[in-house]
Design a protein around this ligand. Structure first.
Ligand code: PBG
Length: 334
């Protein structure tokens, strides 16, 4: 007997597929992570992330301009300091590279885009951990909260509009919110990297920020085995006052992302991290995979799973492509 119900009817041509696409991506949904390094005279390519660089202040400004022209929703800044110490002094110093870059870029572009900053100590500590250490070498949660509070004020004063708390310390959202409010920065928003997993996918990023870490982050970042815990972390952060919650990495954690998207009453973002980027670029460079289709499919999948916004190193390129194709064509494209 021939079927009466034929889902293939809606797939029969490219225009039909475009019309039926359930997921569309707009350039404003993409946020570009950027690395700004101290002491460079010109941008330095990051070997593990082909196409990405450590920026000087000037090249960062040019890149932000390109992002704005392409329609990208915002930029997320990371600092790469020359000097590090046990408490990450560079993170709270107004002259530290991240705060300087933030002030420089926010002053120029703060009306045209959303300048955001990574709030974590790992780029600034000589041991490479996201927090300060106790005498026994463990990461001291509550002492770290005080450093985050000071860092938050420094970043807000530099002009960051959204602080991305990526350190996975318990109580960090509540502590930073209180510090911001006390200092009169009640308009500065908090993006909580709520469900952040201890993943091999951060590997290429370690080169991007000249990380000093020797061990791992498994006592604070989450175990990849845990799905329910990802939702718990997000709900806790919402209760503590997070304005936005995030799941990170994205592609291997779409189940967690879907759970958080279903439960959250604040925006839900996802971070397509360095390893997700590097794997596609490496396979494509070898001619093993169709780069453009992979990028489109990966972003479509992350949005389909529930992300309102995606942090991606491909933000400018994809926004440009979406602009030339007509907004929202990506769903039909992949
Ligand atoms: C911590 C931080 C990391 C990333 C973003 N923020 C590194 C880590 O937690 O080990 C990784 C981003 C990426 O891999 O693209 N400051």
């Amino acid at each position: 007997m021939s079927p009466t119900i034929r889902p293939r009817r809606l797939r029969q041509s490219a225009p039909m597929r475009r019309l039926m696409a359930e997921t569309r991506i707009h350039p404003a949904q993409l946020v570009l992570p950027m690395f700004v390094a101290e002491g460079l005279s010109e941008p330095r390519p990051i070997g593990s992330m082909p196409g990405q660089v450590q920026h000087t202040l000037d090249s960062a400004a040019q890149e932000v301009e390109r992002a704005i022209e392409a329609g990208v929703g915002g930029v997320m800044l990371f600092g790469v300091p020359q000097e590090k110490d046990a408490v990450g002094s560079g993170a709270t110093d107004p002259d530290g590279i991240l705060n300087r870059a933030t002030a420089f870029l926010a002053e120029r572009f703060g009306d045209a885009t959303v300048v955001q900053t990574d709030l974590c100590l790992d780029e600034f500590t000589d041991h490479g951990h996201c927090g300060v250490l106790a005498a026994d070498g463990s990461v001291d949660n509550d002492a770290t909260l005080e450093r985050y509070a000071a860092m938050a004020i420094a970043q807000a004063e530099a002009g960051s509009q959204i602080l991305g708390l990526s350190g996975m310390m318990d109580g960090q959202i509540e502590r930073v919110r209180a510090a911001l409010d006390e200092a009169g920065h009640e308009s500065t928003a908090i993006l909580a990297y709520s469900a952040k997993y201890a993943t091999a996918l951060y590997g290429p990023f370690r080169e991007a920020v000249d990380s000093s870490l020797t061990g791992d982050r498994k006592t604070y970042q989450q175990d990849p085995a845990n799905r329910r815990e990802g939702l718990r972390e997000a709900l806790l952060d919402i209760a503590e006052g997070a304005d936005i919650v995030m799941v990170k990495p994205a592609s291997l954690y779409l189940d967690v992302l879907a759970d958080v998207a279903a439960a959250s009453d604040v925006p839900v973002w996802a971070y397509q991290v360095s390893g997700e980027y590097a794997m596609v670029e490496a396979a494509a460079a070898n001619g093993w995979i169709d780069r453009d289709r992979m990028i489109a499919e990966s972003l479509t999948s992350i949005v389909r799973a529930g992300a309102d916004v995606v942090l991606t190193y491909w933000a400018i390129e994809q926004a440009q492509l979406l602009g030339t194709m007509g907004l929202g064509a990506m769903g039909g494209r992949s």
